[in-house]
Each structure stands twice: as C-alpha cells, then as structure tokens.
Write a protein that binds this ligand. Structure first.
Ligand SMILES: C=C(O[C@@H]1C=C(C(=O)O)C=C[C@H]1O)C(=O)O
Length: 88
C-alpha cells in the first residue's frame, strides 16, 4: 500500500534526524565543556540569531517559520544540556 511506503520513508527520515540530533548534542557537550573550562556563558545570542537566519534562508519560504521552530527547539535543548555540564 502506498501509505505504508510513505510511512516507511518517514520512519527512515526520523531515524536520520535522531542520529543527527545525537551528533549535534555530542558536539554541544564539547562546547559546554570548553565554556566551563574558560568560564564562558552558555548563551551566545548573536550566534543563535545567525543560525536561525541561515535556516530561514536555506528552506523554501513557506517552511521558514517551521525551520526556525525546529532549530529553536534544538538550540533550547542544547542550552539546557550545557547548563547541566556547567553545573556538574
Ligand atoms: C552551542 C553553543 O551554545 C549555545 C547554543 C547554540 C546552539 O545550540 O547552536 C548556539 C549558541 C549558544 O547560545 C555555542 O555557543 O556555539
């Protein structure tokens, strides 16, 4: 059935997304460790603004808001993870 095929494709994409998310968080952990050692703050607003602007420019216009929401969530989780590293 065509719907099953499409859902299989979605499942595969979700696996890839989660794999990339874990990879991003592993790099974020290294950034958090560096900030801890250097006494730097977690938040870098300029960097976040640049990431979101680049995301909006990369996708079709009708997906701009969704792309920013997706990356904003990844960034929020990234900051929370780094806060844990700085506390620990
Ligand atoms: C990862 C960093 O820490 C924070 C999280 C960011 C992110 O997840 O992309 C970007 C900027 C910072 O607010 C960083 O400073 O590069």
């Amino acid at each position: 059935m065509e719907l099953d095929k499409l859902r299989e494709e979605i499942d595969q994409i979700d696996r890839e997304l989660l794999s990339l998310f874990c990879r991003r968080m592993a790099v974020v952990a290294q950034v958090g460790q560096y900030k801890k050692e250097q006494g730097l703050p977690v938040l870098n607003q300029g960097r976040e603004d640049a990431i979101l602007a680049r995301a909006r420019a990369q996708v079709p216009p009708e997906m701009g808001d969704a792309a920013c929401e997706l990356l904003s969530t990844a960034i929020r989780l990234s900051r929370a993870y780094q806060e844990e590293i700085l506390r620990g």
